[in-house]
Design a protein around this ligand. Structure first.
Ligand SMILES: [Fe+2]
Length: 166
């Protein structure tokens, strides 16, 4: 979806940018949820339970943000997109490659999350410019959670440093 204001629409240019940012972040939320959920389904190996649960926590958190993200678009009196093709088109995140192991899954989420954080930050700036402080607050909460996932995913990607202690 790319929202274009009609000729008689009173919506300001910056508000149009905010609507399009929210649509992008809605698409990102859907794509990111399915990335994490796919890894939750397909992870294998002796760390199965650990990563099945970790990816599960991520997708459940992001999934819960889909509804309020869409409702913020409705608050601006624009219809929320709701078809699957549109979600994929609106999102700035790439589809997951085939991930043969946990490290590839973590890398896939890490890369997508970095872009997601950038898009949420862009939304906060736009919402503040529009004096939509409630939306800015919601996006700030979301970016804080995505930064928490960023930290946790990064920590899982680090190689364990052998201890000098026996
Ligand atoms: Fe599950």
């Amino acid at each position: 979806m790319h929202y274009d204001k009609g000729s008689d629409d009173q919506m300001s240019d910056v508000m149009v940018m905010l609507v399009n940012n929210l649509a992008k972040n809605l698409g990102n939320s859907v794509i990111f949820t399915f990335k994490a959920q796919g890894h939750h389904w397909n992870v294998e190996g002796d760390t199965f339970t650990q990563y099945h649960d970790f990816f599960g926590m991520i997708y459940e958190d992001v999934q819960e943000s889909i509804d309020p993200m869409a409702e913020n678009i409705r608050k601006l009196d624009v219809k929320a997109p709701h078809n699957l093709v549109e979600f994929a088109q609106m999102s700035s995140l790439e589809d997951s490659p085939e991930c043969k192991n946990v490290q590839m899954m973590l890398k896939d989420l890490f890369k997508a999350n970095a872009q997601f954080v950038e898009d949420l930050n862009e939304g906060i700036e736009l919402a503040e410019k529009c004096r939509e402080y409630g939306i800015a607050d919601f996006l700030t909460e979301r970016v804080d959670m995505q930064k928490k996932w960023h930290w946790m995913i990064r920590s899982h990607m680090k190689k364990t440093v052998p201890s000098y202690r026996k």
